[in-house]
Design a protein around this ligand. Sequence first.
Ligand code: ADE
Length: 237
Amino acid sequence: MRIDVLTLFPEMFESPMSYSILKRAQENGIAEIVLSNIREYSEDQKYHKVDDKPYGGGPGMVMMCQPVLSCFDNVKKQANGKWRTIMLTPQGKPFDQDKAVELSKEDRLILIAGRYEGFDERIRTALNAEEISIGDYCLSGGELAAMVVIDAVVRLLPGALGDDTSSEEESFSDGLLEYPQYTRPEDFRGLKVPPILLSGDHAKIAAWRMEQAIERTKRKRPDLWEKYSLRPENNQH
Ligand code: ADE
């Protein structure tokens, strides 16, 4: 998968993209992350201006059409085939695991991170892009949101986790929270590992884990539980 990010602050991406799964995925050719600096596309030779005051007045600055759309045109022509354009904004559809799975099936994503008070509305019109929000709060810009989307998507790409089954077993993959996990020692300051996990009985362990996942989801995330239990294939619980 190729992921292009259009941003005013490409440096913000360096550290999060250089560790662990994201680092390995790039080294192994599973994901290619290409950062483009919107400012470099500004036709304003003197100040490389990318934002201006809003028409009609009001606080803050608005990102101008020209630099964003010129940057987009340049990025678009760098690879063949289809792409999907996504703007990160608080007005977008809330991001969730289903969306991450959907995006992980694409060959190419173009993510656009805004700053300031937002984008000139004509950028939305021109690109007809999908908008994604990572939650109902205002960040200082779309960069952190783009990183969240990249992380959630890239770890789902085949081979990214090293072991293909591991992303299927975790929280959200089937709509439930993850069951409790334990590792050595068996007894830590009097806190013991549930004996069933030491029993070697794999069927019983699987049943216990399922019960725990259901109980946790009901207690901690009743909203997820409701969604889960409404699915026809899960009616038996
Ligand atoms: N930009 C600013 N806030 C955001 C949010 N919550 N999600 C996505 N992009 C944003």
